[in-house]
Every structure is written in C-alpha cells, then in structure tokens.
Design a protein around this ligand. Structure first.
Ligand code: AMP
Ligand code: MG
Length: 410
C-alpha cells in the first residue's frame, strides 16, 4: 500500500504568516521610570500636555527685528537683550533686540537675523541681509503640540523616544512587561565551555548565541541548560519551562532520528503546530505550544535546529517577528536591499537559501566559501544574509536580496 503523499513543506513566507496568526500580545503593562523603560514597548499612546517650544523662539544668536523696520544702510538701535530662559518685553518700533538661541521672540518682532549678517555700530546694528517674515523663528508647538499623540503605543523605546517623553515632561512611561523566554539545549555530546571536552564532544555554542539574541530582542531569558537526549528529560524540562514563561526556545533534537526527542515531547506536553520548512539552513524548525500543568494556558514553543548556523538563522527569521507580536510591538518590516553578487552560486538548493555574505569595498557581496550549516565562523565573518529563492542560480553580477544583520535588530 502506498503511504499518503506528504504535504509539501511550508515556505519561509507561509511559515511567517502562520506564526504571525499566533503572535498575540501576552504581556501586561506597568509604569517604569523613563530610563528603565529603554528597550520596552510603549503600552499606550502618549499625548503631549505641553507645546514644544512653549512659545515662538529664536533659532540663532542674532537680532530680533520687525521686518518692516529693516531698510538698507539704516542703523537700528538695540533696545533690549534677551537670553534663553529670560523673556523680554515688546519690541519698541524702529529698534532691534539682541537675542540668543532658544530665547522667546519678543512681541512685535517677526524675524531673527543671524549675527553673521549684522554689523554692530556703537549702540546700534546695521542689518546686511534683508530678512523675510518668519526667518529663524521656531514656532510654538512645531515639535510637540498640546493634545496631539507624540509617541504611539507599540513603539519600541530607543534613546530618542525617551528624549521625546522627557520633552513632554514625563518621568514614567507605560510599557508592556518583558516577554519571558526559557531556553534549553539538547544533545548528549554537548559540554559547557570551561569544562573538559571528551572525544566526540562539542562545546555548547548555541547557548551563547541564542541567549544573546533573545536578550537583544528585549526579552528576559531563563537558561535551563543542557538537556540529555531522552524523551523523559525533554518532557520534564518542557513542563518546567512552560510554568513561568511565554515562549520556550530549544536547539537540537528536532530532526527525525531516534535520538531526536523534541517532536514527540512537545506532542505529549501540548501540540506541534508546524514542523519542517523549505529553507536552508533551518529545515527542521518546529513550532507549537506546551500546556501549563495545573494552570490555564500554554507557553509557545520554538524548536530550532541543532546546527549552529541553522539555529542562528531560524531565530533571526522566525523568532524576531513572533517575539514582536508577543511584545505588543507594532510590526516592523524586515529591511532588505538589492545588491550585486560578486560570486557565482551555480548549484542552488530546492529550498529558500539564506547564504552568509558580506558587503565588499565595491559595494557588492562576497560569499563565505563554506556554507555548511555547521560552520558558525561563516556567520561571524558575514554582515548579513542573502535571501535566495528556491533553485535560483546566481551569476557574478546578478542583483540579489541582501538582509544586513542590523535589519533584524530594528
Ligand atoms: P541535532 O539537530 O540535535 O541533530 O544537531 C545537529 C548538529 O548540531 C549536531 O552536529 C550537533 O552536535 C550540533 N549541535 C546541536 N546542539 C548544539 C549546540 N547547542 N551547540 C553547538 N552545536 C550543536
Ligand atoms: Mg542532537
């Protein structure tokens, strides 16, 4: 009897769409002091209670004038001096006010002339360049306007957003709590750096790569360490991980061999929603959920392949948008660029490939010579990934899709 045809593996794009259907915000919100809010996701729209600037002010060190008073060769007397933070009084007709950057424009003045365009003559000043109404005046509210949204809910708070919040006068910001991720690493061959390497052993490099990625995506992470290749140990660690975490990330043990226990363990402790993807590296990627014992709900599960490059690439491609969804962050498209390939790639795979490449001095892309998914030094040499469609031969000079690593951290 023929076995039923296996459904085709999902493509990268289908997988992303599938993940995003599940990536709903899991985090509650809290108020944090501005400096502690860095890297968090804003939980509410922030409406400004002030105008910035509060009043029209000068963009330059110079002289506040009434444009109608300025005529060639005329020397206008300086009637007052207005530093920033010390508002003056209405500008007397036929005079100018010495004014400094950030100082309030006096009533009656309608332009500022920068000092480089003026010549001081005793008690007065000759304006060498005829101003236009509005020159060098920053308008009240041109940066922040009262009752307008200044920062939108779902924004990841970077330094500049903290500055905007401070410009509004805020000391605390409403943010979602950080997404909690548990990570563990399967493989009897794994040894922690610092311990002695036995024949056939390998240092657990995925741990450091993945913990760093999880943190740099703004999550809290619990390291559950190395888990032996046994169904019972895998199930037990999954149960433990599901308790206090929103997402479980694992590496290894997700292929089809007898020593691969991730798939049956997730099926026993919850459900597997997706397994195997038409991408290279990264085919064995798995996604599902693990039930919480004695509580409602589940933790999401992402099983990454053991091969170090495959776990790195699948994390960047799939975990990034999924984590954004859990965080409540507004979706941010992954920026890619079209660049010239300065190499040949004559034997492409049937799957969507992500090649380790680097921009060269001519603005083209060089390819790391060994593209094996076990060669992590290639990922470290590279500065981005070339997203190559299935079966796409690349000839030197072809234009290709390049994703700089930096795009993943946007
Ligand atoms: P697996 O997916 O468990 O079959 O592992 C595939 C390959 O990745 C094997 O050569 C493993 O030794 C290697 N590998 C698995 N986990 C790790 C890890 N945490 N760090 C480095 N290499 C690993
Ligand atoms: Mg293994």
């Amino acid at each position: 009897m023929n076995s039923p045809a296996k459904p085709p593996m999902k493509t990268t794009q289908e997988t992303l769409a599938f993940l995003m259907e599940h990536a709903k915000r899991c985090a509650s919100s809290q108020q944090l002091p501005t400096q502690q809010a860095l890297g968090h996701i804003l939980a509410e729209d922030l409406v400004s209670a002030v105008n910035v600037p509060t009043q029209d002010n000068s963009q330059m060190d110079g002289y506040a004038v009434r444009v109608a008073d300025v005529q060639d060769e005329l020397i206008l007397p300086i009637s007052q001096r207005i530093p920033a933070g010390h508002p003056g009084h209405p500008l007397a007709i036929g005079t100018v006010a010495r004014i400094f950057t950030g100082a309030v424009i006096p009533e009656g003045a309608d332009a500022v002339v920068m000092q480089e365009d003026c010549e001081v003559m005793g008690e007065g000043v000759r304006i060498k360049v005829k101003p236009k109404v509005g020159d060098y005046i920053r308008r009240q509210g041109e940066d922040l306007q009262i009752d307008r949204i200044a920062l939108q809910s779902g924004t990841r708070l970077d330094a500049q957003h903290l500055g905007v919040a401070a410009a509004m006068g805020l000391t605390h910001l409403p943010v979602f709590r950080k997404v909690r991720v548990a990570a563990f690493f399967t493989g009897d061959e794994l040894v922690m750096p610092g311990q002695s390497l036995q024949p056939g052993g390998i240092y657990n490099s995925n741990r450091d790569t993945l913990l760093a990625l999880i943190r740099s995506f703004g999550c809290e992470v619990t390291d559950l360490g190395i888990v032996p290749d046994s169904l019972e140990a895998t199930r037990q660690t999954l149960r433990q991980a599901a308790q206090d975490h929103d997402l479980i990330v694992t590496s290894g043990g997700v292929s089809v061999g007898e020593e691969d226990h991730i798939k049956p363990a997730v099926e026993a402790e919850g459900q597997l929603n997706l397994w195997q993807i038409a991408m290279k590296p990264g085919k064995p990627f798995a996604f599902g959920q693990v039930q919480r014992r004695g509580q409602d709900g589940h933790a999401w599960f992402m099983g990454l392949p053991g091969n170090p490059v495959a776990s790195f690439v699948t994390f960047l491609i799939f975990a990034r948008p999924f984590i954004h969804g859990l965080q409540g962050r507004t979706p941010t498209p992954l920026r890619s660029y079209v660049l010239r390939a300065d190499f040949d790639w004559p034997r492409p795979d049937r799957r969507n490939e992500f090649l380790r490449v680097k921009v060269n001095e001519q603005g083209g892309l060089d390819l790391f010579p060994n593209q094996s998914s076990g060669v992590l030094t290639g990922a470290a040499w590279a500065d981005g990934l070339l997203d190559n469609p299935p079966e796409q031969v690349i000839q030197r000079g072809d234009m290709v899709k390049y994703i700089p690593y930096s795009s993943f951290f946007n």
